[in-house]
Design a protein around this ligand. Structure first.
Ligand code: SF4
Ligand code: SF4
Length: 287
């Protein structure tokens, strides 16, 4: 297990580390188990910079080869994460196999996952055993009356739930997963996508509840109105609105203010991104 000093090398969770250390995202998780109304996943996109986008997909074994090559060329990488392009736990076999391979072959790496939390809870003990130290869950509301407008559906096994029922199920799963993560000593960040007119007024209440659950950090992210989504006509919240929301949430939880809304195949330092530079290497590893 990594010690506290080593864990402090995570550039997203520790702003002081962002100029020294970087992350690599492994695009091993293509499927998703919910549909957010702001998400449009693309698998072969090279010129967009946002979550859900990757230029290719890797198997766990290919991901290991890719990490070997990346750390050889960019030794400042301290974090290996999985952030899609779908959800890590809609692809649990690939996610867990990848995390195990990286832990075995790169024991110095911080392991990190970003998920919607729907199918996370049953895997928390195994994540702790592997040594995954940082998990991010996207929680956009703690009131299903609000979140029913954010999700088109959530899927549990073969059953699709829509509207209030889907929102209630997702929230219950998220709250259970957060409590379990904290019980296992895992550092938890919440990403909240701020959607004007839907949840912008709700963030302080959400932050207060997350604090009660022992969450470590809150990252309020401006919704990007992606084309061909239900929210494409909602205007992206401006800097002023985001700062006001972060300031009001900060009375409950520390705020992440340096997020760069990374792609599912992002690599490099947050302010010195090398995703373009490594694209050839990524696609060569996928062959
Ligand atoms: Fe897209 Fe992530 Fe939402 Fe799935 S959980 S629909 S990948 S934003
Ligand atoms: Fe870090 Fe934000 Fe990028 Fe995730 S999207 S790796 S939190 S900077």
């Amino acid at each position: 297990m990594l010690n506290e000093k080593e864990l402090n090398r995570h550039p997203c969770f520790n702003v002081k580390a962002k100029g020294q250390y970087g992350r690599v995202h492994l695009p091993v998780a293509p499927k998703c188990n919910i549909q957010c109304n702001y998400c449009n996943r693309k698998f072969d996109c090279v010129n967009e910079s946002r979550p859900g986008v990757t230029s290719t997909l890797l198997s766990p074994e290919q991901a290991l080869v890719y990490v070997d090559k990346v750390v050889e060329k960019e030794p400042r990488i301290s974090v290996v994460g999985i952030a899609g392009p779908g959800d890590p736990f809609a692809n649990p076999d690939e996610t867990l196999a990848t995390m195990r391979l990286i832990r075995t072959h790169h024991p110095e790496m911080i392991l990190c996952l970003s998920t919607n939390g729907m199918h996370l809870a049953p895997h928390v003990p195994e994540l702790a055993e592997i040594g995954v130290s940082h998990v991010t869950i996207t929680v956009n509301a703690i009131d299903p009356e609000i979140s029913q407008h954010i999700y088109a559906w959530v899927r549990d096994g073969k059953v699709l739930y829509r509207g209030l029922q889907g929102a209630e199920l997702l929230l219950a799963r998220q709250l259970r997963a957060i409590a379990l993560l904290k019980r296992h000593g895992i550092t938890v960040k919440i990403n909240t996508i701020v959607i004007p007119g839907i949840n912008d007024h709700h963030v302080p209440v959400l932050a207060a509840t997350m604090k009660e659950l022992g969450v470590d950090l809150l990252n309020c992210m401006a919704m990007f109105p992606n084309a061909d989504t239900a929210f494409e006509h909602i205007q992206e919240p401006g800097k002023e609105m985001m700062e006001r929301i972060r300031d009001s949430a900060e009375q409950f939880l520390p705020q992440m203010r340096h997020c760069t809304r990374c792609r599912a195949d992002a690599v490099g330092l947050l302010d010195h991104d090398k995703t373009d530079e490594f694209r050839g290497c990524l696609s060569a590893c996928a062959q």
